[in-house]
Design a protein around this ligand. Structure first.
Ligand SMILES: [Zn+2]
Length: 216
């Protein structure tokens, strides 16, 4: 049998590994339901606790949530300046490589539907959810792209007045200026799009993949 020659050495840096969002981190499993049976309520609370513990351990502990032993550092300890499509933003350093994978793929694959973001937002010091929910912006693992063009139709506040939110649509993709191709690329590298959520938050992506599996 002929000897098998080794694969050629990689020259273009590490390869981005496709991965799905981890189900247990999805927002929809953690939201309290009116009229939930005790079993269901306990399952929701357990899902919420698991999600907080995982995020605290990986991305920094949010004060008031989880246990002190989860992480000695707050998320701001992991904050890193980066850029996305030429725009500056600050994210948790553990997810910066995943966003770089997304950006490279967007340039490769979505050039047919040109879209140039004007504003992006990442980490936030304040929790924008009330009560028990911790926004992934606080962990620095979420970003918003052009809120003016990609609305959150079921968020609190003025959104519902937006004409795009008032029109009848068959899918949330019709409620935004961003191309669907962008959503597909983000989702391939572990980001969850909140356009799928009941909030229809079309500007918002959050990294729910495994930060230790961003590269092959
Ligand atoms: Zn957001």
């Amino acid at each position: 049998m002929a000897a098998i020659s080794p694969p050629p050495a990689r020259t273009a840096g590490p390869q981005c590994r496709p991965q799905p969002a981890q189900d247990f981190l999805l927002r929809k499993g953690q939201i309290a339901k009116i009229g939930a049976a005790p079993d269901e309520r306990r399952a929701i609370e357990a899902a919420r606790a698991r999600s907080v513990e995982y995020r605290n351990r990986n991305y920094g502990r949010v004060s008031g949530f989880g246990r002190r032993s989860d992480n000695p550092h707050p998320p701001t300890f992991y904050a890193e300046r980066t850029t996305f499509m030429g725009l500056p933003l600050v994210l948790n350093k553990k997810v910066v490589p995943a966003l770089a994978c997304v950006e490279a793929a967007l340039k490769r694959e979505c050039a047919g539907q040109p879209y140039r973001p004007r504003t992006v937002g990442g980490i936030r010091g304040e929790n924008t959810f009330k009560d028990y929910e911790v926004s992934n912006h606080v962990y620095g693992i979420a970003l918003d792209i052009d809120p003016q063009l990609n609305p959150c139709c079921h968020c609190v506040g003025f959104w519902a007045e937006n004409p795009v939110c008032r029109k009848k649509v068959r899918s949330p993709y019709e409620r935004m200026a961003m191309p669907k191709c962008w959503v597909e690329v983000f989702e391939r590298y572990g980001f969850h799009w909140l356009g799928h959520d009941e909030l229809e938050d079309t500007m918002h992506f959050e990294f729910l993949g495994d930060p230790d599996r961003i590269f092959e």
